[in-house]
Write a protein that binds this ligand. Structure first.
Ligand code: FCB
Length: 434
């Protein structure tokens, strides 16, 4: 059980659960094209046990039961993503009617159950033919993505409660093109620099395309960390400042101030796309809400092993089974900071959760993070909603199926879903409140 009650988050607060297409759908049939995750996951060395999303949670077939779980848990909303290669197999051009039909069924299934659809256009499954042309490194991605956004907006827009363009641009750019941990697995500063700009430029062109289709309530989902310095030595504080610029400010400053942090534009000058400054008006198009995904803090110290001398260290807080430090106060501080320094827009915690098999720990995690949200509200942050990551145990990218984030357990042999204590805790709090 949670100690916090629904009332403490305010009368119109939205509770939801989140997933992403590649992590749960499977269903690689009916004309779906391939994505960068299909080939990345099939390449030895990238993902534990060479696990792929080929079947995942078989949500493509089992979605009615999964939507029932959301409704029966008392949740108001479901945050899901569209698979670009299911809708437009080549990335641009011909639209796959079976793909449209799948998301028609899914969205109508939400509406029939009184669940609000919170959609994400891009949660990392880039169509392979676009990667062949350079993917996020190619400036043309801004028009490819806008074309896809227009298709989604035209066909589904009037049924979506809220729409985000990109999930976690830091991951799309830096984790995938500099750290090489996610598809397409580049480890290259120039590749990363170009992706860092193009991902936000494409976000802006997609906002324009969605607005042209009269789609309402548009946002972006940023993954942010509370950055801290390992000590109060000036060099560690400088490392924190750089870490914060790379992880948080690049995206926040870009979207809300129409400029990138000088600490990075100076250091990345020779790699960034020429003339990027001219795109900043598009990057910073007005939005209706901001989604924040929060998992842990970033602790920085000066050292030779990080980009520009900023090393990310592990701290001594309690961790999840992935070794991520658990730090609810960081969420509180981050929400207050974003509200104070960046935007008065409504904020949503669009993901938080922990990888863990002892579910009592997950119950406490959610209770503490909900309390952090209430504390941030008390300091003026306009936080309107909270989505658990994740509804189901699912394909956790490079961890494959070894990492379990679900509030519902999935037996991957039988596909049987079993609600965990954390699901019951949400249900207990939300029961009869929709
Ligand atoms: C986030 C991703 C999500 C999931 C969680 C654990 O970075 O958006 O797909 O992998 O982390």
């Amino acid at each position: 059980m949670f100690s916090i009650s629904r009332d403490e988050l305010g009368p119109n607060f939205t509770f939801g659960a989140a997933t992403a297409a590649y992590q749960i759908e499977g269903g690689q049939t009916d004309g779906r094209g391939t994505s960068i995750w299909d080939t990345f996951s099939s390449t030895p060395g990238n993902v534990k046990n060479l696990d792929t999303g080929a079947i995942a949670c078989d949500h493509y077939n089992r979605w009615p039961g999964d939507l029932d779980l959301i409704r029966d848990g008392g949740f108001d909303a479901y945050r899901f993503s569209f698979a670009w290669p299911r809708l437009i197999p080549e990335g641009t051009g011909v639209v796959n009617p079976k793909g449209l039909e799948f998301y028609d069924r899914l969205i109508d299934g939400m509406l029939e159950r009184g669940i609000k659809p919170y959609a994400t256009l891009y949660h990392w499954d880039l169509p392979s033919p676009l990667q062949d042309k350079g993917g996020w490194m190619n400036r043309d991605i801004a028009s490819w993505f806008a074309e896809y956004a227009a298709v989604v907006g035209h066909h589904f827009g009037d049924r979506l409660h809220a729409t985000a363009t990109i999930n976690e641009p830091w991951c799309v750019a830096f984790l995938s093109h500099f750290l090489g941990i996610h598809a397409p697995g580049y480890r290259d500063l120039r590749a990363a620099s170009r992706a860092m700009h193009h991902v936000l430029f494409a976000h802006g062109t997609a906002i324009d395309a969605l607005r042209a289709e009269s789609v309402k309530n548009l946002g972006i989902v940023l993954n942010l960390e509370k950055t801290e310095a390992a000590s109060d030595k000036p060099e560690d504080i400088e490392a924190q400042n750089l870490g914060d610029a790379l992880f948080n400010r690049w995206y926040l400053d870009g979207v809300f101030k129409g400029r990138y942090p000088e600490a990075l534009t100076s250091r990345l000058a020779e790699y960034l796309p020429e003339g990027f400054e001219k795109d900043m008006e598009v990057v910073s198009r007005p939005l209706d809400w901001l989604g924040i995904n929060y998992y842990t803090r970033g602790l920085y110290a000066a050292g030779p092993n990080g980009l520009f001398g900023a090393e990310r260290r592990s701290g001594d807080l309690e961790t999840s089974d992935l070794g991520w430090e658990i730090y609810p106060k960081g969420l509180e501080d981050l929400l207050v900071r974003v509200n104070r320094d960046y935007t008065k827009l409504p904020l949503y915690v669009t993901e938080t959760g922990m990888s863990e098999t002892n579910d009592e720990r997950r119950v406490k995690y959610y209770d503490d993070h909900l309390r952090a949200v209430a504390n941030a509200q008390g300091q003026g942050a306009d936080v309107r909603g909270f989505f658990a990551w994740s509804l189901l145990d699912n394909y956790e990218w490079s961890q494959g199926y070894t990492s379990r984030f679900g509030i519902v357990h999935v037996d991957y042999e039988t596909q049987v879903r079993t609600p965990k204590a954390s699901y019951r805790a949400f249900q207990g709090m939300l029961h009869n409140t929709r």
